[in-house]
Design a protein around this ligand. Sequence first.
Ligand code: TXA
Ligand code: MG
Length: 333
Amino acid sequence: MTPLIETVTLRADLDTRAITLAAEYLNRGDIVALPTETVYGLAGDALRPGAVAKIFAIKERPYFDPLIVHIADRGWLPRLTTHTPENAAILAALLDRYWPGPLTILFQRTILVPDLVTAGRETVAIRCPRHPVFHAVLRMFGNPIAAPSANRFGRISPTRAEHVNDELNGRVPLILDSGPTPVGIESTIIQLVQNRIEILRAGPISIEELSNFAPVIERNRANEILAAGQTASHYAPKTKMSWFQPSRLPKEPSGLICWGVVHHREHFSKVASLSEQRNLAEAATRLFGLMRQMDEAGLEHIFVDPVPEQGIGRAIMNRLKRAIAAHSSDSTF
Ligand code: TXA
Ligand code: MG
């Protein structure tokens, strides 16, 4: 592990010096935690292998798991990626509609992108974030920023600066706090193949929306990771998680994460709702925070209601299925 250092948290939206300070750290090859519209990210200079290596060490992330490169505008694309004329029209339409925003796209990379960033792959994942603080740091720093979610490997993504502090205190010098992240779930990751859109990670930009641009296919990337000998233990609270079933009320101290109005309160030590009004966007903003709260409440089991698998609901269900699979004996799904 990297030696412990002092971690300072600054409110970025109130103090523009915080942005300057973050850019200075990045210039020195150091790593800082920054808000994006999806989740907080652990940011380093994407073009400097030494900085990228620090991100992997701080996060305890295995080197085979590649990082997303964040850019201030699409002007960087010709330098980082090779042009693929076959998908150019769809790409242009997607960029016009969703950049800046929570859509990450895989491209063929140029040699400017270090091997460490892409874990040796020929593709690089690129995203142009919409968050004003991340954007301001990108502009001031000037280079692309590599940034995975600012949690330790396999843990729940942070949607508040306090979550980042819980995960990485003593490992990063600076956390920029901009309050809760407005979207709450990691970006949608896609790849364009022969004028079709392949979804590699479900996210805030839904299949329904993307199908307005081209035919969409879902690829189960979990299989790819399993093929590399890994388990699907992502997004996992330490506490066991299961779907709520009225026929299986717990005897041990348990929590319940509800969809809609809270129910069965008398059977649980802690209950909370993802969204009382059954609003999926609100549920996305609350999901990771509630999983964390439940995880820290000293419970033996967390139960959760499924949400409708439509729009951003698919991304929510994808994260819940992974969290549940992490604790089941059969972790394939
Ligand atoms: O919203 C987000 O995307 C956040 C914020 C911080 O931008 N970032 C994020 O990064 O979620 P991370 O590293 O936690 O997840 C990125 C995922 C990983 O599962 C990684 O395997 C995949 O993207 N990925 C990155 N580059 C890839 C590539 N070249 N091919 C396939 N998958 C890739
Ligand atoms: Mg992550």
